[in-house]
Design a protein around this ligand. Structure first.
Ligand SMILES: Nc1ncnc2c1ncn2[C@@H]1O[C@H](COP(=O)(O)OP(=O)(O)O)[C@@H](O)[C@H]1O
Ligand SMILES: [Mg+2]
Length: 286
């Protein structure tokens, strides 16, 4: 079986509001998958449904061959989650948080101690182990959350907007960590509203809007499907966008404009794909 996660016909409502609207999605074993969409699109809700943190109205979710409703324990043991709002216990120390996560997954003491040592070394956390989590900066808290989430060696790791609020150095570091876990064989399901994050990191990207997957492919293929070159120009006091198969076609168009001032010719990126599909910008609803 090539797919580690199979989501079929997922519907999740909050009262009258349909947050996830018949969503279908398959994640391949070992891939680094990016779920890209604006705030409110349904990314967190999808992650929470798959990770068994919330229920859903209808549909089927299979994780590594286990239906999460029929075999929740088997499914849970294959997943690790780093939630958008980090769910560490702030009053406990770093070590206490790690131990409590290991115990949740019923790891034996010996195995737990070995794994905590290995991961603390890897993430440079040794000198922080006895400190309360709350005294750490956002980037360090994120590392603790990652260690907790991967202690039980999940096959698939969910990271919900892992780099939101991190400075550029912490973001780059996190990208390295995600790549390295992925190279070691962990399937990654990462949500983001940062275009450059999806482009830089992900093997495949799913674009989600209003609770539905509206596009799914490798980032480059999503862009190539729209053409090669974008032209941004001012018209009626607004920035307008036009897309072309080649730079030459774009130049012909630009020469037909009244003025070549404020005209930008550039490669098509994922943001263009998003705008074209939804009529809105990924960042706009932030
Ligand atoms: N606990 C909740 N109660 C009511 N509505 C919610 C709740 N959580 C999310 N929603 C709504 O569901 C939709 C999807 O939200 P969410 O999954 O958080 O989106 P994203 O993570 O992509 O920003 C939004 O319209 C949001 O307002
Ligand atoms: Mg979210």
């Amino acid at each position: 079986m090539n797919d580690i996660i199979i989501i079929d016909g997922l519907v999740k409502k909050y009262g009258d509001k349909t947050a996830i609207d018949n969503l279908n999605l398959r994640i391949r074993h070992g891939e680094l998958f990016g779920f890209l969409g604006p705030n409110g699109a349904g990314k967190t809700t999808t992650v929470r449904c798959v990770a068994t943190l919330t229920g859903y109205n209808s549909g089927t979710i299979i994780v590594d061959g286990f239906d999460i409703k029929k075999d929740p324990t088997e499914a849970k043991n294959r997943m690790g989650v780093i939630q958008q709002q980090i769910s560490l216990d702030k009053d406990l120390t770093v070590m206490e948080n790690m131990v409590s996560h290991a115990m949740y997954h019923m790891m034996a003491k010996r195995e737990r101690e070995g794994k905590i040592k290995e991961l603390s070394d890897y993430f440079g956390l040794n000198e922080y182990l006895e400190m309360p989590v709350d005294s750490l900066s956002g980037g360090w808290k994120k590392r603790v959350a990652i260690v907790c989430a991967v202690l039980h060696e999940p096959k698939v790791l969910f990271l919900d907007e892992p780099t939101s609020g991190l400075d550029i150095n912490a973001r780059r570091l996190l990208w390295d960590v995600v790549r390295s876990l992925n190279r070691k064989g962990t399937t990654i399901f990462l949500t983001t509203h940062y275009i450059e994050e999806a482009e830089a990191l992900c093997d495949r990207v799913g674009i989600i809007d209003q609770g539905r997957v509206i596009a799914l492919d490798e980032p480059k293929k999503l862009c190539d499907a729209m053409g090669s070159t974008a032209v941004e120009y001012m018209s009626e006091k607004k920035t307008q966008y036009r897309y072309f198969q080649s730079r030459d076609e774009a130049k012909v168009f630009v020469s037909s404009l009244d003025s070549e001032e404020n005209v930008l010719i550039r490669n098509i990126n994922l943001e263009d794909v998003f705008v074209e599909l939804t009529g809105k910008s990924v960042g706009a609803q932030k």
